[in-house]
Structure formats: structure tokens, C-alpha cells
Write a protein that binds this ligand. Sequence first.
Ligand SMILES: [Zn+2]
Length: 145
Amino acid sequence: MPTLTYGSSLAPAETPRPRWQPLRRGFAGRCPACGEGRVFRKYLKVADSCASCGEELHHHRADDAPPYFTILIVGHVVGTVLLAGEEWWPEAPMWMPIVAGLILAVVMSLALLPRVKGALIGWQWALRMHGFDGTPAEAKFVEGT
Ligand SMILES: [Zn+2]
């Protein structure tokens, strides 16, 4: 386990990375390494590498975490809004909270899903997880043989 001191004599692959900046960059849809290039080439399709700095992004293993966290966030917000709306406006027609809740859930899910996925990719990059350790792929191939 490398120590977390900056400016030490650690190899580049062991140099600690900032944690929150890559997460914020990923949330904004930007490359966690440089903050300039885009993480996604389509709505949820991650680019193989950053067009700006060349950082390989295909190593990510976001898997089911983005939908999990999106559902967690959206569920809490929509549930809270529905309960508060029932408390504040009890004479509202029964269909109104159902329609409003559905629209809010769909809009929030579509807006949050790529942001949460980008943030998770940024977090994985910051922690050097899943191939984001800075070691060239050729070196891993040689080490693995
Ligand atoms: Zn980049």
C-alpha cells in the first residue's frame, strides 16, 4: 500500500490521485483525468479514450451501480415530494400525484443516470480501479504471461 504523500518517489502508477475532482468531472460528463474531453460518446456509452488527453476510459466497471444509485436518489426525492404534496394539498385529485410522480421520476432518472455513471467512472479512476492504474496495457500483458 503506497503512502499518501505528494511529491514522493512513488512510481507514476502509485502516485495518489485526488478523489473528489475526478468525481465532479465525471458527474459533469468530462474526462476524470483532464476535465476537458467527454466521458460519453453517446447517452450512456463510454468513450474508449479521452479525445483531449488520450486517457483510456474503457477500463471502467460501472455495471449496475449507476442505476442503483439513480433509483436510490430518485426514489427518495419522488417519495418525499409525494408525501409532502399529500400533506400540503390533501384535496388534490387522486390522479395528480400519480402523474406528477411518474413524470418527475422519469425526468430525474434520465437526467441523473449519465451523471451518476460519469461520477462513478471518475471515482474508479481516482482510486485506480479496474485498469485505471496508469500501467500501459502492453506492460500488463507482459506481466501476465
Ligand atoms: Zn482527458
